[in-house]
Design a protein around this ligand. Structure first.
Ligand code: SAM
Length: 317
């Protein structure tokens, strides 16, 4: 199936920015404009609430939001359903002591989602190494009224985990660069071209996965981190199950020690899980989430969640 054909079956997902609006207020506002709560494919003015993400609404793909005043005011964010999973799974605490890192932040959709989940409290450090993309991130943070975010134009790999400020982080979101092979509603899927020969493709994926693994291992060195969510918009096991498997077998994971959060802590009602043959155990595969473009009405996506194990005394470090 061609990417564009699959995109037709993906609703337009719109996340209500809980920092400035509630989902109830958004629903009321759309109803007052003549929209009805029903299957978003019924008509161009139908919409519904998402079954998994509390602040997410589904609209007809034909409905454009570019002139919508709520969208322009940063009350609504156009964000694919699968891309809302990482912040939701990380579920940072919403209190003044909460310290969170978004290691690869631009353009900032997941950063603003994290900020909203934190109720704009505590501190969220958002790293982005690319200068142009960092400017986009800053714009996005200002548009979405993220007041607890400190954006930092730096490479996450250069951040010292024992730094007093950043070393206090308890939650880290890692959504690093990937092949983008799961994206069907943008043109990015062309990155994964059919013309590319097998050897070039394999070389490119191996390079990406080596970098992705390095990012997870670096995150595991943060002394207070309890939870690390790693996600990609790739459909390739090389960037997903294999990276997670190698991370679990790394010295950093053994030192942590880190394991995968069990199935019941990672979107338990989402049925599509990791590929068993690509991981060390069925439990591991069951603990991670996959989204399949064409079958799940989302882009292709992968989410995993590492947690630090309790020590012998029962307390977490
Ligand atoms: N999480 C973002 C969102 O939801 O809007 C998308 C992140 S995008 C997949 C990956 C981003 O990570 C890119 O902007 C890239 O420039 C940045 N990046 C890649 N390696 C990085 C590193 N080592 N440190 C900081 N940023 C990095």
């Amino acid at each position: 199936q061609a990417g564009d054909e699959r995109a037709v079956h993906i609703p337009r997902y719109v996340r209500v920015n809980a920092s400035v609006w509630t989902v109830e207020e958004a629903i009321e506002s759309f109803i007052s404009k003549g929209f009805t709560l029903s299957n978003p494919f019924d008509s161009s003015k139908s919409f519904s609430k998402d079954a998994h993400i509390p602040d997410l609404l589904l609209f007809n793909p034909q409905h454009a939001f570019h002139d919508d005043p709520a969208y322009k005011a940063g009350k609504l964010i156009l964000q694919d359903k699968a891309s809302c999973f990482p912040a939701f799974v990380l579920s940072p605490l919403a209190n003044d002591d909460s310290i969170v890192i978004d290691a690869t932040a631009a353009p900032g959709n997941k950063t603003s989602h994290l900020s909203a989940l934190m109720r704009n409290r505590g501190k969220l450090y958002a790293f982005e190494r690319d200068r142009k993309r960092f400017a986009t991130l800053q714009m996005m943070l200002s548009k979405t009224s993220c007041k607890n975010v400190e954006p930092i134009n730096a490479d996450f790999l250069t951040i010292d985990p024992s730094d007093l400020k950043f070393g206090a982080a308890t939650h880290i979101l890692l959504d690093p660069s990937c092949s983008g092979s799961g994206i069907v509603n943008r043109l990015d899927h062309l990155l994964d071209t059919e013309e590319e020969n097998e050897a070039t493709r394999e070389g490119r994926l191996n390079k990406l996965s080596a970098f992705q693994l390095m990012m997870i291992k670096h995150a595991m060195k943060f002394p207070n981190v309890q939870k690390i969510v790693y996600s990609t918009c790739s459909i390739h096991a090389t960037e997903n199950e294999h990276v997670v498997r190698d991370a679990l077998n790394s010295d950093e994971a053994k030192t942590g020690p880190f394991r995968l959060a069990p199935h019941n802590e990672v979107l338990p009602t989402w049925e599509r899980r990791g590929i068993v043959e690509e991981m060390d155990s069925p439990e591991d595969a069951h603990s991670v989430v996959r989204c399949s473009p064409g079958e799940d009405a989302t882009n292709g996506f992968f989410v995993s969640c590492f947690v630090r194990c309790a020590t012998a005394s029962g307390a977490k470090r």
